[in-house]
Design a protein around this ligand. Sequence first.
Ligand SMILES: [Zn+2]
Length: 473
Amino acid sequence: MKKAIVNGTILAWDGSRHQAIEAGTVVFEDDLITFVGSLYEGEPVDEIIDATGRLVIPGFVNSHLHVTDTLFTKGYLEETQAPAETKVAPNYHTLYTVLPAVRKASDLDAQLAAAHCVFADLARTGSTTVVELGYDFEIGGDGDIAITERVAEAAGASGLRCYSGPRYRSSYYWGDGQGATYYGDYGAKGQARFEACADFCVNWNGRYDDRLRTLLAPGQIDTCSPEMLRETRRLADEHGLPIQIHGGQSIHEYDRIRETMNMTTVEYMMDTGLLGPDFIIGHGQIMSGDGNHASMARHEIEALRDSLTTVCHLPWVKARRGGVINSIEKYKELGIRQCLGTDTYPFDMFNDMRMASTVCKIVESSATAGRAEDVFYMATVGGADALGRADLGRLKAGCKADIVIVRTDTPKAAPVYDPFKFLVHAANGEDVDMVLVDGKTVVEKGNVKTIDVAAAVKEVNAAGKRVWARLGF
Ligand SMILES: [Zn+2]
């Protein structure tokens, strides 16, 4: 089946950057783009999609998020802070208190209901590739790979492209609610979980017409032993799988690695062989004691840059905690690869693009820092490259037909002078009109076609009541 999208403004990939083509055409056959340009003179197509008054952009590569538990943290995580927390580490006690408690209070049906809802939100707002870092086992409970398998099935049914990474670790943490954190060892249970996750990654990679891929996801840099991280690197190399870890997330984590390893976070990543073009650091916001990226040592900067490691920024969740990423502009100047993710709700990449750009301008006291085009690049090509996918995040012949059509025939959009600035500074997920993944329609006229959204919302409301009753906060 050959289709053409006509009359829209196309953000086409020219090999080094996205370029706007007015009244352009995108042709795709089955799952692949065959033409992007001004004048199409090829074979007739089977169907025409009229994109008049629309922007045609590559689907977002949402490079870090969790679908099963974050919905149930709604109302608990925001606007709370432990007494001892400082300016460098505001609101991090919730990471060590609320999140483990929510996971423990959850159940399989609640997690699946959340996943359906989140996949609908992701599709509706134009994330065509999503990196899902899955269920992590918590204090007093074993993680169950069955949850990961059910969520992977839901991802397959959603029509989205999903990288599924079930998390594992050798130790766990908790907090006292006053700002102090503690660690305990999982022992043999941690190793068993690791093996189950590795088996899942090998066995499920490539399912659903290759829309489902897997990645290795050691839980957090401060909860994984050197042996576990070295084995992760070995498995990644053996099976060609990317790796993503939560790292540079909080000052507690940074201090813990200094205390137990006598290394910085980056030095620990270097020592365990993690760094590489297939390695993503989720968060990467506290990589030095003061949270300023320019404070990293020369050998750390060079190691991140020369290894082509990618840092995945999650600006909304950081800002919500009262913190800032300092900064995207500094990482860019240092030559370190960057991508973008939502982490939590709302799962709307427009929100995180705007937050990434705005926070960067505030931190750098410069209106020219965190430029819209750079942030859009992170949200598309940056994520695709981190996953080793030159065929994603770009509208170009030979790339996957993962395409998002955004309305600009609206009062807030018109007139569009610079499409990048409109997308980053004015648009949001509600402006998405159509979403295609592998050339198949996932969203049409703003409606998700692959998920029963009303049923998902009803289920997750019921699940929330169940989980919150168990939490007893
Ligand atoms: Zn996360």
